[in-house]
Design a binder for this molecule. Structure first.
Ligand code: V47
Length: 400
């Protein structure tokens, strides 16, 4: 535990907590007690970010000590052709529209080979909902990836994609997932959750699957042994109570999967800050760093049954991702290599990040950089000497 979290019994800390009005919540955190809906709401309404971050840091260090994870990964977005048109999305194109694309198997294989040359451990796949592709496009894609790179871990398909395939190709969710698993799928990302509140969904993504659909897909994935992630799109028109409702529904889903003895469960929660360029919600101003850190900290405090909280550097920026390692996050994602969904919405993330940059960001924050595989097994624990070398290479820069 860092010296900051170890100060929990210090009189000054107790006075600061008391003056924030959050001392009862602090006591629950110290007693490992679950926070309620009202507690979560009070955290979002409270402006004492340092105190909220301090509490989240206690939980983060209880679970992970000083360890902070990253992964060498690549993103793959095989098509941006999409039948839906969510208000916040800058990625989708209609079939035949300028800028629309669908990768061939050769193009996919070429991207996998390029990823392997950069030492990637994981590939993260998300696509638009293309109405004309056969289901075999997706199973062929998985087989192509496994042929090129048999040990590369495939994390792919949001719950929205799975539910769409079930409807479009007339299969059950179990059948879709089983066929994808047989073809090589090993985990699912957390996208498409947006915000579970109906009021918001009706306004920003009215064509999208219902909350029940998203939940059912993850329950089934857990039953079939997949580890999955969960996201929350924040910083648009949602209210604090709707954020807490979202987090508590995820927490309940995780409890349910564990109670049913599923082999799979949620691994990581990723808050996704709304990016406002080139989409139909773009008149909305973006929330600031204060709110970003608050969302990460409150998520860590509410999601007591999620092992990991990811500060996705793509959406909050590299510098804030670094700071968030002291506000509840224990991971800042990865090298990515090529990023499309968020960069089309205005982020500076098209080229990804090098391993050296990630190691430097983490170690400069006083944390221990750990390169993980897709299931959070340790691939490499960076020694002080490795860190000095990485820093040199970032400055030069030569390392990938
Ligand atoms: O499903 C789309 C969101 C998601 C915007 O599981 C937007 O490890 C913000 O889910 N502003 C895709 N968000 C990305 C995603 C993800 C990213 C990193 C890691 C993981 C993981 C998952 O991005 C979409 C949608 O919810 N999104 N447009 C936007 N303008």
């Amino acid at each position: 535990m860092s010296s900051i979290a170890a100060l929990s019994n210090h009189t000054l800390v107790k006075q600061l907590v008391k003056s924030s009005g959050l001392d009862d919540i602090y006591q629950k955190v110290m007693d490992h007690e679950r926070l309620s809906f009202e507690d979560g709401l009070r955290l979002f309404e409270n402006k004492e970010l340092a105190v909220i971050g301090y509490m989240a840091n206690i939980v983060r260090e209880r679970l992970h000590g000083n360890r902070s994870y990253f992964v060498r990964n690549r993103q793959l977005n095989p098509t941006n052709v999409c039948e839906y048109s969510c208000m916040f999305c800058s990625f989708y194109r209609r079939e035949g529209e300028d800028g629309g694309y669908t990768m061939t198997m050769d193009e996919i294989a070429q991207r996998v080979r390029n990823g392997i040359s950069h030492g990637i451990q994981e590939i993260h796949i998300t696509s638009g909902l293309h109405p004309q592709l056969p289901f075999s496009y997706y199973t062929d894609m998985l087989k192509t990836i496994k042929t090129e790179a048999p040990t590369l871990h495939i994390k792919g398909f949001t719950a929205v994609e799975i539910e769409y395939y079930a409807g479009h190709y007339k299969m059950t969710i179990r059948e879709v997932l089983t066929k994808l698993i047989e073809a090589g799928l090993e985990a699912m990302p957390g996208g498409g959750a947006e915000i579970f509140a109906d009021r918001v969904r009706r306004k920003i993504c009215d064509q999208k699957s219902t909350v029940d659909g998203w939940i059912k897909v993850h329950e089934m994935a857990h039953e079939l042994g997949l580890m999955t992630n969960a996201t929350m799109l924040y910083g648009h028109i949602e209210r604090y109570d709707e954020r807490i409702d979202h987090l508590i529904r995820l927490r309940n889903l995780q409890d349910g999967s564990k109670a049913r003895g599923c082999k799979g469960s949620f691994n990581t929660f990723i808050p996704l800050k709304y990016q406002h360029e080139n989409n139909r919600l773009k008149k909305l101003p973006q929330v600031g760093a204060f709110e970003d850190l608050k969302v990460i900290a409150v998520s860590r405090l509410m999601l007591d049954n999620f092992p990991n909280i990811k500060a996705y550097w793509v959406v909050i920026g590299k510098n804030l991702a670094q700071v968030s390692l002291s506000y509840g996050a224990n991971e800042i994602e990865g090298t990515i290599l090529e990023e499309t969904i968020m960069s089309m919405a205005g982020t500076d993330s098209k080229q990804g990040m090098t391993t050296g940059e990630l190691v430097k960001l983490i170690s400069d924050a006083g944390r221990q950089p750990i390169e993980r595989d897709a299931l959070y097994n340790v691939i490499r624990e960076f020694s002080p000497e490795d860190i000095i070398n990485s820093n040199r290479q970032v400055i030069l820069p030569v390392m990938n």
